[in-house]
Design a protein around this ligand. Structure first.
Ligand code: NAI
Length: 265
């Protein structure tokens, strides 16, 4: 017996990186899994992600391990597409119990996205992907969970949404993730009477292909982390599994850092 037997979990941005690990972990916990990503083969862009993939897409990976899974290519900034997929998930599996609104990330170079020099196109794309994408995913999922009088929603913030990154760069991303945190708290207040918990995870520097492409000096980054190492996708998946599982039934409106102490110490 695993903790999520009989439940259904939706993960956005699940084709690579941390989201792929959420999908694999929630399936290991017993959930049927729905993966939405703008590109189910997005892992092909980075060597680190190619080396982690064991099949054509994460959907095939999960199928070959015997899990119940469906996948869709959609853009989380398109509310109709998100709503349509949530319908399909409920039709296929009969419920929607766990949502991880993970699709996100920043645009533009780490070195040149300071608050006073932000290009409008980086700002717009990053706010749309992280904030609007999260809101659309939650708004599509909430009515199904309200009807069930149960559910777990996990949004994905960042250390950058809680504290200013070294050098004060990636300002648009930090602002978007700070907005995700506040939205999460409003949603938690809204849905608490319906038996639905809403929490955010706030990762620090996690070892994904995307992160490696943005970081020139891994040792310099690690030197700034109290625990002295990058986080691994599994570190985030452990926290998501807890927030989705039976031990977190009375936890809502929280922002859980997974950052080796970076924003705390
Ligand atoms: P990633 O860039 O490797 O993966 C993101 C996935 O989301 C990709 O598969 C991509 O195709 C998909 N995606 C992007 N835009 C989309 C859209 N509009 N619609 C649907 N899918 C879309 O990112 P990573 O590193 O795995 O991060 C995952 C989440 O964790 C993001 O929200 C990111 O901001 C957050 N995060 C990551 C940290 C890190 O160090 N890697 C640190 C803090 C937060």
């Amino acid at each position: 017996m695993t903790t999520l037997d009989g439940e259904t979990a939706l993960v956005t941005g699940g084709a690579r990186g941390i989201g792929r690990r959420y999908a694999l972990r929630l399936a290991e916990e017993g959930a049927s899994v729905a993966v939405a990503d703008i590109d189910l083969r997005s892992y092909e862009a980075y060597e680190t992600e190619r080396s982690r993939a064991t099949d054509d897409t994460v959907v095939e990976e999960l199928k070959s391990e015997g899990h119940e899974v469906i996948g869709a290519e959609l853009d989380v900034t398109d509310p109709d597409a998100v709503d349509g997929f949530v319908d399909e998930v409920v039709e296929t599996f009969g419920s929607l119990d766990v949502v991880v609104a993970n699709a996100g990330g920043g645009d533009g170079p780490m070195a040149d996205t300071h608050a006073s020099t932000l290009a409008p196109e980086y700002l717009r794309a990053t706010v749309e992907r992280n904030l609007y994408g999260t809101v659309y995913t939650c708004v599509a999922s909430a009515p199904r969970m309200k009807a069930q009088e149960s559910g777990r929603i996990i949004t994905v913030a960042s250390q950058a949404g809680r504290t200013v990154l070294d050098g004060g760069t990636y300002a648009h991303y930090g602002a978007a993730k700070a907005a995700v945190i506040m939205y999460t708290k409003y949603l938690a207040a809204d849905l608490a009477p319906h038996g639905i918990t809403v929490n955010a995870i706030a990762p620090g520097y996690i070892d994904t292909g995307k992160l490696r492409s943005n970081v020139d000096e891994r040792s310099a980054v690690e030197a700034g982390i109290p625990m002295g190492r990058l986080g691994q996708p599994e570190d985030c998946a452990d926290v998501v599994a807890f927030l989705a599982g039976p031990g977190a039934g009375y936890v809502t409106g929280a922002v859980v850092p997974v950052d080796g102490g970076s924003a705390e110490l």
